[in-house]
Ligand binder design. Structure first.
Ligand code: ME8
Length: 533
């Protein structure tokens, strides 16, 4: 376990298995993947976790609808998640399912620790519940929702507007109300506990408005982890699900104490904005109750909305509106690497993103086909053509010579890294694209095809091609977290296979790493241009 590298632990939410993976779940998972790949390239010891949330009433009902037991239903859907993550080049190191024995053991350990600590008590719950959100709502919240969405004889969920259930059952409660001051102190002391900062304001005002104890066991159905000391009670699905992050690094496993000490707490939990209260209020309070360390950051991303071309407004994706886009449709259009690039660089991670097929094609053509792909193809072609299928023979001291591309590339990692580290993927991409654009511009300005005609200008030609290939090498490294396969291919075409699994990104991005006089392969176009309407 002892490793001199810095540990870095990043997690996605665990997804409900009530339906197949969709664009939103894929978005969140790719955000984490880009961060994980970036951290590996920085030499950190990464653990990247994703998985499935398999308990609860919602999953039980979905299983019943399909005539299966809940476990059969979960087992039948899990491969769809594995498959899509593999297709989208998700590099998770672990995949947790809450029905695994390690989670059952961890949740039961949690119950015992909570009981010892005195933060749970038995009572009865009488109130509102939304199965779709797996969330309890107070009378006040429901009254407000009734005012907004008035439907005679029904009470609708404030979040999803589905009909609420009235639940009356014996239940264990978690003393969330005891943590109000400690949570507010946490937000004061660690203003970046919740990111981006405007989400922190939302969380803080929720906590300031007062916290109620929450019901954390259910007795009206049985698809959950049994409460170890009370027959007939199963764990409320969120009390179970949140713990997955700790389970996966050894919580509750007496043989994994060393791993838990090394890995916990997580550096980043990445979640959608709809589930920040669970992650920024309930989860830290649970950890405080049992005396465990708190995660360093919860990063909340926005929602993907479909851009209505007529109004220019973003709309919620839904089957009934007929505007739902499936991951497979986008992969068909952009390919996997184009898919990853588009969502990571055209949607600001903290905000809602308005997506559209038109915009996807524009970004793909402008950035990937016309800029990055074109730069690689022209430069590698010229190198192969003018230098006998190879990179130029690099003269002594070539890397120190001043030139316009070296100027843009100097310090690029120092500008890119701080942005990547905080999920500012748009800003990081802009740094790389600045070098790509400068290089394309440099081709036009220096006109190597003219220089090549004059044998007296051989040194100049060598310099031009060298500068282009070196810029490409650096861009390949910086684009690798977004488009790992394309970057690996570009490095292979430059005979730099050894650099593919880079673990010192700053060093790799220093001007001067190009290999002299080695084979260059032109290959096919990396991003064939899409015909636009
Ligand atoms: O909430 N755009 O699971 P889930 C972006 N099991 N993100 C979206 C989205 C959209 N249009 N629609 C959904 C759960 N998401 C719990 C998590 S973690 C301990 C338990 C995101 O399958 C949503 O914001 O309903 C959430 O982060 C994620 O998909 C999982 O949703």
């Amino acid at each position: 376990m002892a490793d001199s590298r810095k540990p870095f632990y990043v997690t996605t939410p665990i997804y409900y298995v009530n339906a197949a993976p969709h664009l939103g779940t894929a978005y969140c998972t790719i955000l984490c993947d880009v961060q994980a790949r970036y951290r590996r390239a920085m030499g950190e010891d990464v653990k990247f976790l994703t998985g499935l949330d398999e308990h609860g009433e919602k999953v039980q009902l979905a299983a019943e609808d399909h005539g299966m037991t809940p476990q059969e239903w979960c087992d039948s859907l899990a491969p769809a998640f594995h498959d899509i993550w593999k297709t989208l080049e998700i590099s998770n190191d672990d995949f947790i399912r809450t029905t695994q024995p390690r989670q059952v053991r961890a949740v039961q350990h949690l119950w015992n620790r909570m009981k010892e600590a005195g933060y749970i008590y038995k009572d009865s719950y009488d109130g509102w519940y939304c199965v779709h959100e797996e969330t309890y709502y107070t009378d006040t919240q429901v009254a407000k929702s009734d005012e907004e969405h008035h439907v005679e004889g029904q009470h609708l969920c404030p979040e999803c507007q589905r009909e609420l259930q009235r639940v009356k059952e014996e239940s264990w409660f978690f003393k969330l109300s005891a943590f109000q001051d400690r949570l507010l102190a946490l937000y004061d002391e660690h203003p970046d506990f919740v990111m981006p900062d405007f989400r922190m304001n939302e969380v803080r005002s929720f906590v300031e408005s007062g916290l109620r104890d929450i019901s954390v066991s259910r007795t009206s159905f049985d698809w959950g982890i049994p409460v170890p000391f009370d027959d007939g009670h199963v764990t409320y699905v969120w009390f179970d699900a949140l713990l997955n992050y700790a389970t996966a690094v050894g919580f509750g496993d007496p043989d994994a104490a060393e791993e838990f000490a090394y890995r916990w707490p997580a550096q980043y939990h990445v979640v959608g904005k709809d589930i920040i209260r669970f992650h920024c209020v309930i989860w830290p309070a649970m950890l405080m109750a049992i005396g465990e360390a708190l995660p360093e950051h919860v990063f909340a991303h926005g929602f993907l909305m479909v851009r209505n071309e007529a109004t220019g407004q973003g709309e919620k994706m839904s089957k009934s509106r007929g505007n739902a886009i499936a991951p497979a449709d986008v992969i068909d259009l952009l390919g996997v690497e184009g898919y990853r690039y588009y969502f990571m660089t055209d949607c600001v991670p903290g905000e809602d993103g308005a997506i559209s097929y038109n915009r996807m094609q524009q970004v793909y053509n402008a950035d990937l086909a016309n800029s990055w792909g074109n730069l690689v193809s022209r430069s590698l072609n010229m190198s192969a053509k003018y230098f006998d299928g190879k990179t130029p023979v690099l003269p002594e001291g070539w890397a120190e010579r001043e030139n316009p591309l070296r100027e843009v590339a100097l310090g690029i990692a120092e500008r890119y890294c701080p942005r990547m580290g905080v999920f500012d993927f748009v800003g990081a991409k802009d740094e790389v694209m600045a070098l790509v654009r400068a290089a394309n511009h440099y081709i036009e300005e220096s006109a190597p095809w003219t220089v090549a005609k004059d044998p007296a200008r051989a040194d100049e030609l060598e310099q031009i091609i060298t500068n282009l290939l070196e810029s490409i090498r650096i861009c390949a490294h910086l684009f690798a977290p977004f488009m790992p396969e394309t970057s690996a291919e570009v490095l292979r075409r430059l005979s730099l296979e050894a650099e593919i699994d880079c673990c010192d990104l700053s060093a790799a991005c220093e001007w001067g790493g190009l290999a002299s006089n080695v084979p260059v392969s032109k290959g096919d176009a990396l991003f064939p241009r899409l015909a636009t309407k």
